[in-house]
Design a protein around this ligand. Structure first.
Ligand code: 5AD
Ligand code: SF4
Length: 488
């Protein structure tokens, strides 16, 4: 979501097809003979990429090794996304291509995992004859058994959603890693019920992962030389560890349990203290849940990066209400102001949807004016795509014509490019601290990395290496990058 995985999450279209190139060797204590070959492709958000690493670990424990040659695979897993219709269309197109693989290798097992699997369930097996196995996001421990069922000549499916599963103790197999930056999943599911969103239906109830297991994973990453962790969840600010189970049950917990609960600001602090020179990032924040405590914790620790992804979705209070976002335009702007009051150097990025049900020109203008007012450093911008089963699909009409959705989206993208360029220009002449995470795609003589605010920086490699923290003086910029030279 691959110079740095975070780079993928934040700066490429979210549903670009990205193939995980998997390491040939794995750190499994079990010695296998005749290892079967597994090929995984991950689509969609960072959470899916993180899940693929959990799947990798589970499969490695059951006699699989990884191949990046799809034609050499015994099993192909597509870890899918369902958030917009075009994300599912990509998977269907990919499945068509995989017919050729199946023709060459009749024994090949094809599994569809993740959100699309959860949304369509057994329908997927009926509609896509090629698919042998379907597994939802909470069923990954069952994958080896499901593969065995297919080997016995059956189709296999598990789409049960869990109220407890967090894969807490599974040590993810770091796939396609640059050895610098790693995802750490801290919670699963979402209880928010934004009316446009299918995630609560595909990923189930919100539940948090044991804080101790998160801290232990970060320690292992730090000991292995990783320089950055990205804490992941659909809604990280509502993280609440109180011993397991869905968050909705917290209100029934005993006073003792409540007193020992770990909130997101406390978790951030625990993670920041693991290694003061390790960078900590997190995503995604719902504006209603990000608290002053989180902001003050970010401010207190130099190693917590000053960047918040704070999706607004729309600038119109009327639409925000229809979206069930639980805040108004003014409330969002006040939260935005508060963040900058506490951390003037914090960058704030956004998600915007154009053409949601009943959106008028006036609503659209309010979105543009919110963007101008907040001067977002970066945004992900989408056309509304109706998702079956959501509140909006049931109760509202998808009545904004496609051409209007597109023209509004073009205006939103145009404005964001202008804002990004203006923001980037403000760095010219300044020195920023960059964690180098890869070689530039354009030249092997240049390194790329991110500053604390998550802006992409390019500079001549000289004697520096991937994984170094480098001070870079910014000389010129584009809409997407800061370009400069390293200074001692
Ligand atoms: N149509 C378009 N965009 C959507 N998103 C979620 N659901 C939809 C939908 N049905 C966007 C939101 C969210 C991001 C992950 O995807 O902006 O923040
Ligand atoms: Fe979807 Fe809203 Fe949950 Fe985000 S917070 S995953 S948009 S329901």
């Amino acid at each position: 979501m691959v110079a740095s995985k975070y780079a993928i999450f934040l700066f490429l279209p979210k549903f670009a097809i990205l193939i995980m190139h998997l390491p040939e060797t794995i750190n499994s204590p079990i010695i296998h003979t005749n290892l079967r070959q597994l090929y995984i492709e991950s689509y969609g958000c960072a959470m899916n990429f993180s899940d693929s690493e959990i799947i990798g670990s589970i499969m490695a424990e059951h006699g699989f090794e990884f191949t990046n040659d799809e034609f050499n695979a015994d099993v192909i897993f597509l870890n899918t996304c369902a958030i917009r219709d075009n994300a599912e269309q990509k998977i269907r197109d990919r499945l068509k291509h995989l017919r050729g693989n199946k023709k060459k290798n009749k024994e090949l097992i094809i599994g569809v995992l993740g959100c699309m699997a959860e949304r369509l369930k057994s329908k997927l097996l009926e509609e896509e004859k090629l698919v042998d196995l379907v597994a939802g996001p909470d069923a990954y421990r069952d994958l080896p058994k499901l593969v065995a069922e297919v080997e016995d000549g059956n189709k296999a499916i598990n789409v049960l959603l869990s109220r407890e599963e967090t894969y807490a103790e599974i040590s993810p197999l770091r796939l396609n890693t640059n050895g610098i930056s790693a995802f750490v999943s801290i919670m699963r599911g979402c209880d928010n019920m934004c009316s446009f969103c299918v995630v609560p239906f595909t990923r189930g109830r919100e539940r948090s992962r044991d804080a101790e297991s998160i801290v232990n994973e970060v320690k292992v990453l730090s000991d292995s030389g990783y320089k950055e962790v990205i804490l992941l969840g659909q809604n990280v600010d509502s993280y609440l560890w109180f011993g397991g189970g869905p968050k909705v049950e917290f209100k029934n917990a005993s006073e003792d349990v409540k007193a020992n609960a770990v909130t997101f600001d406390q978790l951030l602090e625990m993670v920041a203290l693991v290694n003061p020179s390790m960078r900590i990032r997190f995503s995604t924040s719902h504006p209603k849940d990000i608290s002053d405590e989180v902001l003050f914790t970010m401010k207190k620790y130099d190693n917590i990066c000053k960047h918040i992804h704070l999706p607004a979705q729309s600038g119109s209070t009327r639409l925000l209400e229809a979206m069930n976002r639980t805040y108004s335009r003014e409330w969002y702007m006040e939260k935005h102001r508060r963040i900058l009051e506490i951390m003037p150097d914090c960058s704030i990025s956004c998600d915007i949807i154009s053409g949601f049900c009943s959106e008028t020109d006036e609503d659209h203008k309010e979105t543009l004016s919110l963007m101008e007012a907040c001067q977002f450093e970066f945004s992900y911008m989408y056309k509304y795509s109706e998702r079956p089963g959501t509140l909006a699909a049931k109760k509202m009409t998808d009545d904004v014509p496609e051409e209007i959705k597109s023209s509004r989206l073009t205006e939103i993208i145009y404005l964001q490019s202008k804002l990004s360029l203006e923001n980037n220009k403000s760095y010219i002449g300044k020195t920023v601290r960059v964690l180098a995470d890869g070689l530039s795609k354009k030249s092997d003589l240049d390194l790329t990395g991110r500053n604390e605010q998550n802006a992409k920086v390019v500079f001549p490699k000289s004697t520096y290496n991937i994984g170094d923290f480098v001070d870079v003086l910014i000389e010129r910029v584009t809409t997407t990058s800061l370009i400069g030279i390293a200074v001692d």
